[in-house]
Design a protein around this ligand. Structure first.
Ligand code: SAM
Length: 348
């Protein structure tokens, strides 16, 4: 080989994937067969009642489709695109001439979902992805010159991809940096919030966002402290509650994590803005369905729908909360706390 034909850079040495110990992978990043869409592995994980790593199983799909009744040619909005599970089902109903706008404020997962839906054949004419908070839906619709949507879905909270990835800092099970932001480009991580907050303010936040009964004790123990990882925080919660039986600590930990996540993502203000904007974003007779996962969210949705019906904005609203079937709750435990409410905009 002459000198000029020699490669200018040395070839990248082939790196073998680090083998996990034991029969099955335990850590999120070791589950490469699930991340890599190995269909046989994914089917096995789902059959075992688990969510494959790097994916999200959509909740109450049949109930949501019944509430939204998508028809060919309609304009749909999925305000919380996530993995695109619901979006995919809605798209199948509104094609060929319909269009779905998918919004999500997560800059890490959104491009992956957009790529996934493109490989399923949904091109720019029928599906567009928008990195946006759903509170900004009126601006997104205006930019697309869409006067109103026929149907709007919001499936609140975090996706399995976000919770299960320790690097995002939501996981109690596997330690990671104490962050919990769905959009890490905005706001502050939980570690910064805890370092600055005063005990009384933290106690109030724990009470308001998660009805935590030990809010005062936890406020005193955690406020102003520096925690770097999710495990350090969980450990400090256990240590702060010596009189609570050890087997109940996971509940205090879960509620504290939930309250802090709601705070750093400003979840209640986003939901309130979204609910306020909804009527203007829906066409006459347009339908909206909202899946919530805790009482603070459900209270706000219920009130907005009841007030809207009283004021003649909605012609019909769900009377009862719709819940996941016993079978779905068994096969996907994450559906157990889900509550679905829907409303139909009046024809005016
Ligand atoms: C429960 S997941 C949705 C899963 C989705 N329905 C599916 O089938 O894959 C919630 C998603 O909503 C996003 N999200 C939460 N709050 C949001 C907000 N205020 N604006 C935009 N996206 C939001 C999260 O980043 C997450 O991806």
């Amino acid at each position: 080989m002459s000198e000029e034909n020699l490669p200018t850079t040395s070839p990248t040495p082939h790196k073998r994937r680090k083998r996990y110990s034991g029969k099955n992978p335990r850590r999120f990043e070791e589950k490469y067969k699930e991340h890599g869409s190995d269909t046989a592995t994914i089917a096995k994980v789902v059959a075992a009642g688990k969510t494959p790593a790097g994916t999200h199983r959509p909740i109450m799909v049949a109930e949501i489709l019944a509430a939204l009744a998508p028809q060919p040619g309609e304009i749909a909005v999925d305000g919380t695109l996530g993995y695109g599970g619901h979006a995919q089902e809605i798209l199948a109903k509104i094609l060929p001439s319909g269009k779905l706008l998918g919004l999500d404020h997560d800059p890490i997962e959104l491009p992956k979902t957009e790529a996934r839906l493109r490989t399923l054949g949904f091109n720019e004419t029928v599906f567009t992805a928008h990195r946006s908070n759903f509170a900004g839906l009126p601006q997104i619709l205006a930019a697309q010159e869409i006067a109103g949507a026929d149907l709007i879905l919001a499936d609140l909270g975090v996706s399995s991809m976000q919770i299960d990835d320790p690097a995002r800092g939501f996981s109690v099970k596997f330690s990671g940096p104490l962050d919990m932001r769905m959009n890490p480009q905005r706001g502050q991580p939980v570690s910064a919030l805890l370092e600055k907050i005063l005990p009384a303010a933290l106690a109030q936040l724990l009470m308001q966002n998660a009805d935590e009964p030990k809010a005062v004790q936890l406020g005193a123990a955690l406020a102003g402290k520096k925690f770097t990882t999710t495990h350090e925080l969980a450990e400090a919660i256990r240590a702060a509650l010596p009189l609570v039986p050890k087997e109940e600590h996971h509940l205090n930990i879960r509620r504290t994590f939930q309250a802090l996540r709601i705070a750093v993502n400003d979840e209640f203000s986003a939901l309130e803005n979204f609910l306020r904007n909804l009527p203007a974003c829906l066409k006459p007779n347009g339908r909206v369905a909202i899946l919530t996962f805790h009482s603070g969210e459900d209270r706000r949705v219920k009130k907005a729908f009841i007030d809207g019906q009283r004021d003649g904005i909605y012609s019909e609203i769900s009377i009862e909360i719709v819940r996941a079937s016993a079978e779905e709750q068994r096969s996907n435990p994450r559906s157990a706390s889900a509550k679905l409410r829907w409303a139909r905009r009046a024809n005016n």
